[in-house]
Design a protein around this ligand. Structure first.
Ligand code: UDP
Length: 433
């Protein structure tokens, strides 16, 4: 079978010809631009998911966009996962040994990576100090995907002088803005509707996947798809499910995978295994993207009961499939779910349980919410919008890497009264803080 990469033009049925034309026009002056992305894993987690689709779309626009993954020892990724957790609010002791390992691994990566690009985009904290090791010849952008609503201050203060070497920082939502002397912009992530994970599947394909993993379909399915990670609150999901089961009959499927930069996963998975029961399935087969797709489509309810969540692509994915989502009332989830309309936002196990019961009992409500949820994704969370924001960003850099005019060039993002307005630009007060 000949492989034909997805292009922006393929999105026309979803986003309309005008949007496609506008994106092509914005890409025109950037043709031949050479862009490199750095992150810390090729698979597992939202950043890899975004990069894998985005780099293909960008190349289709003749923007030569590459993707490199930093290498590191298990020690290094143990430290960077703790850093990730600390930036989401946990405690962290950055001992001299840890700092040495972290900084040495980054220095080694800089020796291996020769950069002569027009833009360098560095994702998340793991590769952040790379910038220290290069003579800057082009703009560098730090794209932080994590929930920065309450970062550990000591660690944040360590990072600030490094971040301020960058020419701009991109966060997922305005609440993550920080006191920094560089411009900050806000791009909500988005999904690729053409991947195996998100495209339409036939009933036969879905039945085959469910049968393959012995997932019973006699009762409604309640599903959470997430890396095995404490922030995703898998234990809370099990508790909420057990409460709900006192009132409705259903089956829970907790599907997870492991990212190469997340050594905590195996431990969390082990801690969950003992909760398995006939109606509580805990499956580590989350790298099977057709299974993820199937579960998100066949679920009566999808949960994403996160305690912190930078954005939460799993929410978008389920909404796109017309499945109502019960999401933790945190971070980026609040920008996707309109409570009571396109899903439910919850702040406790009891609330989650009550919403499971309500949705499992009420097919009409599920269908109505699911329909509205899909419309929200079509309007706001498809990858063309994300790509366009990057084009706006690239087009906004002036000589000497000054970021100007992005605020005028940004595509208006339809706001809504009952929905936090995902301001895509830097609030003026933030710029000078
Ligand atoms: N994912 C997956 N299998 C799993 C768990 C997660 O394919 O078992 C994917 C999920 O479909 C989504 C991404 O990993 O595309 C997770 O992104 P999200 O923003 O929800 O969370 P993150 O893992 O980045 O914190």
């Amino acid at each position: 079978m000949e492989y034909i990469p997805i292009r922006v033009q393929d999105y026309a049925p979803f986003v309309g010809d005008q949007t496609v034309e506008r994106i092509l026009a914005k890409a025109e002056p950037l043709r031949g631009l050479h862009v490199i992305n750095f992150n810390s894993t090729y698979y597992g987690g939202g950043v890899a998911e975004l990069l894998s689709s985005m780099t293909i779309l960008m190349n289709g626009l003749s923007i030569k966009t590459g993707w490199r993954v930093i290498q590191g020892s298990p020690d290094f990724f143990g430290i960077t996962k703790k850093m990730h957790n600390a930036l989401q609010g946990m405690g962290f002791k950055f001992s001299r040994i840890k700092r040495n390992i972290y900084e040495s691994v980054i220095a080694e990566n800089s020796i291996r990576n020769h950069l002569d690009h027009d833009f360098v985009i560095v994702h998340d904290p793991q590769p952040l100090p790379l910038i220290r090791h290069y003579k800057k010849k082009s703009p560098w952008v730090w794209r932080c995907h994590i929930d920065l609503s309450n970062p550990n201050r000591d660690l944040w203060n360590y990072f600030v002088p490094i971040i301020e070497k960058y020419d701009a920082a991109v966060f997922s939502i305005p609440e993550y803005a920080q006191k920094l002397n560089i411009p900050q912009v806000f791009f909500l992530p988005a999904i690729d509707p053409f991947t195996t994970k998100n495209r339409l599947l036939t009933d036969r394909e879905m039945d085959e996947r469910l049968c393959h993993y012995n997932i019973p379909t006699d009762l409604p399915l309640v599903v959470q798809v997430s890396r095995f990670d404490p922030w995703k609150d898998p234990k809370g999901v099990i508790k909420a499910f057990k409460l709900a089961r006192k009132e409705v009959d259903c089956t829970l499927v907790l599907l997870g995978n492991f990212a190469s930069d997340d050594p905590e996963g195996a431990e969390i998975y082990e801690s969950l295994v003992k909760s398995r029961e006939e109606r509580i399935l805990i499956l580590p087969n989350g790298d099977d993207t057709a299974l993820v797709n199937t579960l998100q489509r066949r679920a009566a309810v999808v949960l994403q009961k996160s305690i912190r969540e930078g954005f939460g692509l799993t929410v978008t994915e389920a909404m796109w499939k017309g499945t109502p989502v019960i999401g933790g009332n945190v971070g980026g989830i609040r920008y996707q779910i309109r409570d009571g309309e396109t899903g439910f936002l919850v702040s406790s196990i009891e609330e989650a349980a009550a919403r499971i019961v309500q949705l499992v009992k009420d097919r009409k409500l599920r269908e109505e919410m699911g329909r509205k949820a899909r419309a929200v994704v079509a309007e706001k969370f498809l990858l063309t919008r994300y790509v366009e924001q990057y084009l706006d960003l690239f087009n906004s850099f002036e000589p000497h890497f000054e970021l100007k005019g992005i605020f005028d060039r940004q595509t208006a993002f339809p706001a809504n009264d009952s929905f936090p307005d995902p301001v895509l630009k830097c609030p003026p007060a933030m710029k000078s803080r």
